[in-house]
Design a protein around this ligand. Structure first.
Ligand SMILES: C[S@@+](CC[C@H](N)C(=O)[O-])C[C@H]1O[C@@H](n2cnc3c(N)ncnc32)[C@H](O)[C@@H]1O
Length: 315
């Protein structure tokens, strides 16, 4: 189908966009058409539905149908709109970072719950502000986990690490924009290019505040998809999201052993490790936390009933 550039009303544009997306096998075709029309016109959802007879300008129409064509060809909606909501915060996303997923919010919940539980056990009360806490987010991508934790723990210091310099640029831009809504964000979050925790050393800028550098919490959503699964991934994921964010190796779970060993060396005694799991990673990862270095391992399922987050405490 060629680009439709003639002016038309909102109702017809939505109808025609939905039909094109359906023909391109796009799931949630109605919602997608709405999102693309909102993005192309800068209108609100209320105005779309209260004035469906409004004419789109030729320019609006051209923008909208160009987005619809790209989406029908497999480009993720978030790459077309440039954003994704996570933890009620708006994140810029580009092809350099993984698009934040709703199941990763569960990792943030588990991290906060485990910190609260540890405080209650140790002191009988909760450190609501995160005062004195030092946190690492390994493989920060868009920065979604680090910045969600920074929002919930407004006095915690956070080190956001990634092996991808391009991802760190996006994460830093997100921190810059979200500093308008998260207290003292730029002073509290440090971004570091690092293979897992290798760059964390006494030379880190964080060490000045917390010598020696040991974390209270390490969170990570590492790449965990098996290379063998690549052909069966949705085209939106396989062809548009960064391979470094998706694939953990031939099996998928290869990174966890090093991640857990390095975390054991960089957590305080009583510090907490929280990791997101691939749909079949648990049998490979759980035994790694059964060593004397760890206690109180727990596994939580996502809404689909898949074991999604594993957490444990450093002895
Ligand atoms: C699954 S994505 C997670 C991104 C983000 N934390 C999220 O939850 O949406 C994994 C991230 O880990 C990064 N990464 C991959 N290998 C790494 C390594 N060895 N050390 C540090 N980061 C790594 C990737 O660049 C990517 O940003």
């Amino acid at each position: 189908m060629g680009l439709v550039t003639r002016a038309m009303d909102i109702r017809s544009a939505l109808k025609s966009g939905i039909a094109r997306l359906r023909a391109g096998n796009v799931l949630s075709d109605t919602l997608t058409a709405e999102l693309l029309l909102l993005h192309a016109t800068g209108r609100t959802r209320t105005s779309l539905y209260s004035h469906p007879e409004d004419q789109l300008s030729e320019c609006e129409s051209e923008n909208y149908f160009s987005l619809v064509e790209h989406r029908a060809a497999g480009v993720p909606t978030q790459h077309l709109t440039g954003k994704q909501e996570f933890w009620s915060l708006e994140f810029e996303v580009t092809p350099e970072v993984l698009i934040p997923r709703p199941e990763t919010e569960h990792l943030v919940e588990v991290a906060l719950d485990r910190l609260a539980l540890r405080d209650l056990r140790a002191k009988g009360s909760q450190n609501m502000s995160g005062e004195g806490l030092l946190i690492a987010d390994i493989g920060t991508g868009s920065g979604c986990i680090a910045l969600a934790l920074a929002k919930e723990l407004p006095a915690a210091r956070i080190c956001a690490l990634d092996i991808s310099p391009a991802a760190l640029v996006v994460a830093q831009r997100n921190a810059g924009r979200l500093s308008a809504v998260i207290r003292n964000l730029t002073e509290r979050v440090t971004f570091l290019e690092s293979n897992l925790l290798q760059a964390v050393s006494s030379r880190s800028p964080l060490a000045a505040h917390h010598p020696p550098l040991r974390f209270d919490l390490i969170a990570s959503n590492p790449p965990y998809i098996s290379r063998r699964e690549a052909p069966s991934l949705a085209r939106e994921v396989r062809d548009h999201e960064p391979a470094v964010a998706l694939f953990g190796g031939e099996e998928g779970y290869e990174l966890y052993a090093d991640l857990i060993a390095q975390s054991a060396a960089h957590l305080k005694s009583g510090g907490i490790l929280v990791l997101e799991l691939g749909h079949d990673s648990l049998p490979a990862v759980h035994p790694l936390l059964e060593s004397p270095a760890w206690v109180n391992a727990s596994v939580s399922n996502d809404l689909a009933g898949i074991p999604r987050v594993i957490a444990a405490e450093k002895t």
